[in-house]
Ligand binder design. Structure first.
Ligand SMILES: Cc1ncc(COP(=O)(O)O)c(C=O)c1O
Length: 401
């Protein structure tokens, strides 16, 4: 497991849970508020034209317009910069706004993108459908297969994109190895760190160029706001992404959502520990249940990528997937019988959520393709919440009976 000193933020030497509470906050606001106020304003005023001109020339950093900068959004960007060990960050209206803007900012007509085959459904669609329409060649492979990976990057690749753990099969991709190869071929690497959150894994520390999140999930943590965030060590890139893509495409986060995320992040360390503890106990329960054929949890010793998860993560996260011994009708009955655990697509919330990727988040694909990449017709994904795990296991047990 990753050593604890990795959690120390090089920027100000504070530990993760301290940064989750304090980083980005406690600025020189009027009346010295403990928490960053919500700046619900679209625009900001200037005292005179000279100040306005200097601001537009970037000689001053005054706020101008919320689709560009806003103190509440900025506080979130600073907190996420500290938590991911980056140099700067930019917030977006959603995870997909972040993903689409990052990929469009890095790829031009004639470029090549290599992605891991298992990805969140809309990210997969963006890469397989939208980028090719803009002249970008895209290919999905199993990035864990080193031989195939090396063949592909030798043939010419501009960007590598993946999630680790991947949604929903929890494939673990070797951050350090991919970063090292990519560096020698001058390839940019983008990692979606939504499932692990910076609490369990910091891809920038492993040499990854750009890390992004669906902040809708663990960053927010309460299922009440959409958001996306991108963090990098390359401050010039973040400035380009912020003013050339976020502000121009217009996928800006609402200041109110930024405030919800700031509030959510204060308890990220506590929540992630609780999610992971529950997920691990749910995985143990499912492993021993006769109606379950296979369990996918990075913390299970017989999980295919267990050794790698152990090497690059400091904990195994809150998502468990499993294969049900039965057909779609049996799955329907099981899902209907659950009382506490809710059928829903999202994850990372305080409530435990369950979903059936084959018919829900990954429905748009050819069924044989899904089977080929391991998203089988009997695969179910659970996002463990922070309830008492005894109630969650009782709910599962009764629904499986
Ligand atoms: C791993 C992952 N990345 C990105 C997204 C997209 O995020 P959003 O729904 O905030 O646009 C999701 C959504 O479920 C996801 O699971």
């Amino acid at each position: 497991m990753k050593s604890a000193n990795k959690e120390v933020n090089q920027l100000d030497k504070k530990h993760f849970a301290t940064n989750a509470v304090h980083a980005g906050e406690e600025k020189e606001f009027t009346n010295r508020p403990l928490n960053t106020p919500i700046y619900l304003t679209s625009t900001f005023t200037f005292p005179d034209l000279d100040t306005a001109e200097k601001t537009f020339d970037f000689e001053r950093s005054d706020y101008v317009y919320t689709r560009g900068n806003n103190p509440t959004i900025r506080a979130l960007e600073e907190k996420m910069t500290a938590l991911e060990h980056g140099n700067d960050a930019v917030a977006f209206a959603s995870g997909m706004a972040a993903i689409s803007s990052v990929l469009l900012s890095l790829l031009e007509k004639g470029d090549n993108l290599l992605a891991h085959q298992v990805l969140y459904g809309s990210a997969h669609n963006f890469i397989s459908e939208i980028l090719p329409r803009r002249g970008v060649a895209t290919e999905f492979i199993d990035l864990r297969d080193e031989k195939v990976f090396l063949q592909k990057i030798k043939a010419g690749v501009d960007v590598i994109y993946f999630e680790t753990p991947a949604n929903p099969t929890l494939d673990i991709i070797d951050l350090e190895k991919i970063a090292k190869y990519a560096d020698s071929y001058n390839i940019k690497v983008v990692v979606d760190n939504t499932f692990a959150s910076p609490y369990w894994q910091k891809p920038l520390d492993e040499g990854i160029d750009i890390v992004l999140h669906s902040a809708t999930k663990y960053i927010c943590g309460h299922g009440d706001a959409l958001g996306g965030i991108v963090v990098s060590n390359d401050q010039d890139y973040i400035q380009k992404l912020k003013f050339g893509y976020m502000a121009e495409y217009g996928g800006v986060m609402s200041p109110f959502n930024a405030w919800l995320m700031l509030r959510g992040l204060k308890t990220l360390a506590l929540r992630m520990d609780a999610h992971a503890k529950n997920a691990s106990q749910i995985a143990d329960f499912l492993v021993s249940h006769p109606k379950i054929e296979k369990v996918y949890y990075p913390g299970q010793k017989d999980f295919a990528d267990y050794q790698l998860a152990q090497k690059q993560m400091s904990g195994f996260g809150g998502i468990v997937s499993f294969e049900f011994a039965g057909d779609k009708e049996d799955i329907e009955v099981f899902l209907k019988k659950l009382k506490l655990i809710k059928l829903a697509v999202s994850l990372g919330d305080t409530e435990t959520l369950i979903e059936y990727p084959f018919a829900m988040t990954h429905r748009g694909y050819a069924k044989d393709y899904l089977e080929k990449i391991g998203i089988n017709a009997n695969l179910i994904r659970i996002s463990a919440g922070i309830e008492d795990v005894r109630d969650l296991i009782k709910d599962l047990d009764e629904a499986l009976a």
